[in-house]
Design a protein around this ligand. Structure first.
Ligand code: NAD
Ligand code: GLY
Length: 368
């Protein structure tokens, strides 16, 4: 059965890599669309990777939709960021090898960003590189992590330090899966949504602020438009700068501050999206300090984040030195200088590395 109200976008990679361009299917019920799966997978063998929480809701419907005559193995990994490490990748690879999968097997990541990052990395390593498809089930994964090919795991020395760029063959976004997503996880995804408005589309930002209550109520029509717009912006940025040599870094708006908060608080205390929400408030304050945007942008952002109970203040115990120390170990440090993403204007961001200690002190002070 094919599903109405579907929308399809394309991630177009540069011409020399045109064979790696891929579609993003967005719709309600697309997880169960047999025709679509046949078009994506043909008769190839499949390893579906998911976790115990998501399996309860969506593993059976997905397996029903793709089963046919193909070889199919389901691999269940434990739920949680604390399992995003090499041992879990190793478990996925062992399961695939023990079940006699070959390089032609397609891995399917059914889950949030954690499952997507682990599965993508396992696929990149399996027999020197197998295909994979992203089926993101959190809002954060639908608008951000499933598109763009960043895969990987954490290392005791830091987050996402081990990984590979490995683009999926397709992204299948079933908006219906958001029905079961807990409120706090949904709000964390919303932080990444408003990020796109801030860095790339001022009108989108204003629309999001205006319709925040409908978004909070998960209005399905609005959600479809919003997810599609975010994916379109991300696809455009990734198409222009797959390996983050330039503009892709702007997708990290708020992340320099956010990662520091996550690190100092202990991973898991703050959700990634919550830390990004607070980080964006700090980055916007920094932009105001540099004279590139006005207070009304910050006020609108605070109004929006407040509607989703997202945090706008860093932990009171975090000092300037805590921030600096945490930031200095981040991937965003080049030649010893910490890079920040700031707004040049609403809807337009850039990377800078000329932020001084005094500026940061003022930003932190303003957040108290
Ligand atoms: P997550 O994958 O941990 O999912 C959050 C929780 O929601 C988990 O407990 C999960 O089991 C549960 N869940 C997922 N879908 C559900 C559903 N439909 N119904 C009920 N429960 C559901 O967290 P996340 O926010 O999706 O992803 C965060 C991860 O993504 C981090 O590891 C981060 O580093 C990574 N990330 C990667 C990229 C990238 O470009 N690769 C970008 C941003 C974030
Ligand atoms: N989430 C940032 C990126 O994909 O580049």
């Amino acid at each position: 059965m094919s599903v109405p109200n579907q929308q399809m976008l394309t991630v177009s990679l540069p011409m020399d890599r045109a064979d790696r361009s891929y579609p993003i299917h967005i719709g309600s019920g697309v997880l169960c669309d047999r025709e679509q799966w046949l078009a994506i997978l043909g008769n190839r063998a499949v390893c579906v990777v998911t976790n115990e929480t998501i399996a309860q809701h969506y593993l059976e419907p997905l397996v029903d939709a793709i089963q046919g005559d193909r070889q199919l193995t389901s691999i269940i990994i434990p739920d949680g960021e604390e399992h995003k490490h090499m041992a879990t990748v190793s478990h996925v690879l062992t399961q695939a090898l023990e079940n006699k999968h070959e390089r032609s097997t397609v891995f399917i990541a059914l889950g949030g960003g954690v499952v997507g990052d682990i599965t993508g990395f396992a696929a990149a390593c399996f027999l020197r590189g197998a295909d994979f498809v992203q089926v993101p089930t959190t809002l954060l994964a639908q608008v951000d992590s499933s598109v763009g090919g960043k895969t990987g795991v954490n290392h005791p020395m830091g987050k996402n330090l081990i990984g590979a760029f490995h683009q999926p063959r397709a992204v299948v976004i079933d908006l219906k899966t958001l029905d079961s997503l807990p409120e706090r996880e949904y709000a964390a995804g919303i932080a990444e949504v408003i990020k796109y408005g801030l860095i790339a589309d001022a009108d989108f930002f204003r629309e999001l602020v205006k319709h925040r209550q409908r978004l909070r109520a998960r209005d399905p029509d609005l959600l479809r438009q919003v997810v599609a717009r975010c994916c379109q912006i991300k696809a455009d940025v990734v198409g222009r700068d797959e390996r983050e040599a330039g503009i892709r870094a702007t997708l990290n708006y708020g992340h320099t501050f956010g990662h520091a908060i996550e690190k100092v608080s202990g991973y898991g205390e703050w959700l990634h999206g919550e830390a990004v929400a607070c980080g964006m408030v700090m980055a916007t304050r920094l932009s105001i300090l540099r004279g590139s945007v006005k207070q009304d942008t910050l006020d609108a952002l605070l109004t929006f984040l407040d509607a989703f109970d997202l945090p706008c203040k860093p932990p009171a115990v975090m000092s300037l030195d805590d921030f600096l120390q945490a930031m200095s170990g981040d991937k965003k440090v080049i030649d010893g200088r910490i890079r920040f993403i700031v707004l040049q204007s609403l809807g337009d961001a850039l990377t800078v590395d000329d932020v001084f200690r005094d500026d940061l002190a003022k930003v932190i002070e303003a957040c108290r």
